[in-house]
Ligand binder design. Structure first.
Ligand SMILES: [Zn+2]
Length: 603
């Protein structure tokens, strides 16, 4: 068996270089002291910003400078901690940085309420007095949108004090599902006894043995079903909290309140749900093809995740993957490629697995650092996809940070996954253009189709359910387990169609989905994936203006509203066109996959 190395045994070239953030831990500790002093000074600025434009500028820049300092410290500590979570020194540094961040938050908690206490006209008059405040105009405009939804200081204090209580349903859900639920022992593929868990459930559902999948599915749902009334209670309370908070903050609905966080209008949500529903036949066809290719007399809900193409023979070393990534992303232009190459050459990537290293992958860093990437490299096609995905985030960060001031140097969640998923789409296109082996092509196509199914379709299904229960609760309907299961079962059948057996357990799937406690979050997965499919097509059209429009999005950061940024990039998310383009791609790739699968079967 392969041994996972200790952190100290990993070749330096494959580790990230954090000395450009702070030369050493002593410098980090010095910085913490400076931040503490700056935080104390920032607390003293309370009550000064409304006197003149010059004062507003002085206070605002001091606050942003403090944010910038603490972010740098937090990034250093968390990256150090992630490279080896078993290292007590870095656990300690991360704890110190977190504690200081909380202090900073308290020290400047007055700042936004103080700005919002000014009327829109008063604030604008101050901005107009001081030319340097122009650089903060959009920031103040966005902040000003909260004015109508901010309560009196006393009321805000009451709400802040109750925030823990408002979080109780989500916490209870988490404790019950992560800690208290006891899952039975089932058999894995080798007939070995294994204790079921949510994590293992995902693995067993990918088994090639139908009996293993069925047993896992039934065993898992037996446990959740025992507690379905408890889960109905936690979910119902969560929904009521969203509805209540939206109402007292003068929003038209919980959805409007939640979406206003990213400044995204409701029409984006409605357009998504409506358009996806017009293309459910494509999902039905995909499910029917799955049934045919698996050769099953009946397709059940537990048969939706097992691979239908088998593992591809494609393997890449990290060096080979770097070359493939550069070729796949070449269509984004020489400057983009040069910046990717720079990421490879400057030790911005922590490549290989080591003992104690945080699992998975991410792109991190902040305004004053490189965009760092954490990987746990395996020589596989999946790792190549992960590399270009995280590179998409890192290039988004790079272009934003080199084109925007600090106050616009980040970007909202609504647009973040679009940059990474566009890169995945470019890789898919590149692989389809260069790989000729039908087996490999089938795997790549299936990778795309499964991603589309799990993102665009499944997350929209969740979004539809989430919106329905919020609306029903707002209208006075009691969200009992039976009421929610009745709707969920029908919804699931509408999405997957007649080719799959509507196993009764699936009506209770809502009991185990943590995303229903995220408050209108999931729709962004669907809109992002669809937008990325469309943007990749525009880039691949060879029209330089379309490519530059895309790069314009990467450079925008949070300098404009997310919807405006995407519109300038070529995707109007209030209209169904971008979704239509994505479904056309899904249909085309489904047709090619079907053809290949039939060809492979004859061989
Ligand atoms: Zn991502």
């Amino acid at each position: 068996m392969r041994q996972i190395p200790q952190r100290s045994a990993v070749p330096t070239a494959l580790t990230w270089d954090l000395t450009t953030i702070y030369p050493d831990d002593a410098a980090f500790t010095t910085a913490l002291g400076e931040i503490q002093t700056a935080a104390d000074q920032a607390a003293q600025l309370k009550g000064q910003l409304a006197t003149s434009g010059a004062d507003l500028y002085r206070v605002t820049t001091a606050i942003f400078a403090l944010y910038r300092q603490i972010e740098r410290a937090e990034v250093y500590a968390s990256l150090k901690n992630d490279q080896d979570t078993g290292n007590a020194t870095y656990q300690g540094l991360a704890d110190q940085a977190d504690a200081l961040a909380a202090k900073v938050g308290t020290a400047v908690a007055w700042f936004e309420p103080e700005v919002l206490a000014l009327s829109a006209d008063q604030l604008q008059a101050l901005i107009d007095q001081e030319p340097q405040l122009k650089a903060y105009q959009h920031y103040f405009d966005v902040l000003g949108r909260q004015r109508a939804h901010t309560l009196t200081a006393d009321e805000e204090r009451l709400l802040a004090g109750a925030s823990d209580i408002f979080d109780a349903s989500a916490k209870t859900f988490g404790v019950l599902s992560n800690a208290d639920l006891e899952f039975p022992v089932v058999q894995d593929e080798d007939g070995k006894d294994v204790r079921l868990s949510e994590g293992l459930y995902g693995v067993l559902l990918e088994s090639v043995q139908p009996a293993v999948r069925e047993q896992a599915f039934k065993a898992l749902y037996r446990v959740y079903q025992q507690f379905r009334h408890t889960f109905a209670s936690t979910l119902s309370s969560e929904v009521k909290t969203h509805n209540y908070t939206a109402q007292i903050r003068h929003y038209g609905s919980a959805r409007e309140a939640a979406m206003s966080g990213n400044n995204v209008p409701a029409v984006v949500y409605d357009t998504l749900v409506k358009t996806v529903n017009q293309h459910l036949t494509s999902l039905h066809q995909y499910v029917a093809l799955r049934k045919e290719l698996l050769g099953l007399p009946e397709l059940h809900m537990w048969d939706l995740y097992t691979p239908i193409t088998g593992e591809p023979s494609l393997k890449y070393t990290y060096e080979e993957a770097q070359q493939e990534a550069l070729k796949a992303l070449a269509v984004l232009g020489p400057d983009y490629v040069a910046n990717v190459q720079k990421m490879f050459d400057s030790r911005a990537i922590d490549v290989v697995e080591n003992q104690g290293k945080r699992t998975g992958a991410y792109s991190g860093g902040m305004y004053d650092t490189k965009p760092y990437i954490l990987l746990n490299w395996q020589d596989s096609l999946e790792s190549l996809y992960t590399l270009v995905h995280e590179m998409g985030h890192s290039m988004h960060s790079h272009y934003t940070r080199t084109n925007q001031p600090f106050q616009y140097g980040d970007y909202s969640i609504f647009v973040a996954e679009i940059a990474s998923t566009t890169n995945e789409n470019l890789l898919t296109d590149y692989l389809l253009k260069t790989q000729t082996d039908p087996k490999v092509r089938a795997f790549i196509l299936n990778h795309y189709l499964d991603g589309f199914k799990g993102t665009v379709y499944r997350q929209t299904q969740f979004a539809e359910f989430e919106d329905y229960i919020h609306q029903q609760a707002a209208a006075g309907q009691s969200l009992t387990a039976d009421f929610m299961s009745d709707f969920y079962g029908k919804l699931n059948h509408r999405y997957y169609g007649d080719a799959v057996v509507s196993d009764p357990q699936i009506a209770d799937e809502w009991t185990r989905i943590p995303h229903f406690y995220y408050n209108y979050y999931v729709y962004q997965y669907s809109t992002g994936f669809a937008a990325a499919t469309t943007l990749a097509q525009r880039i691949l059209s060879g029209d330089a203006a379309k490519r530059d429009a895309y790069l314009g999005y990467l450079k925008s950061g949070s300098s404009d509203l997310p919807l405006n940024v995407m519109k300038k990039a070529g995707v109007d998310m209030t209209q169904p066109d971008y979704l239509e383009t994505a479904f056309q791609t899904f249909d085309d790739r489904l047709a090619e996959f079907k053809q290949l699968a039939e060809q492979l079967k004859r061989q």
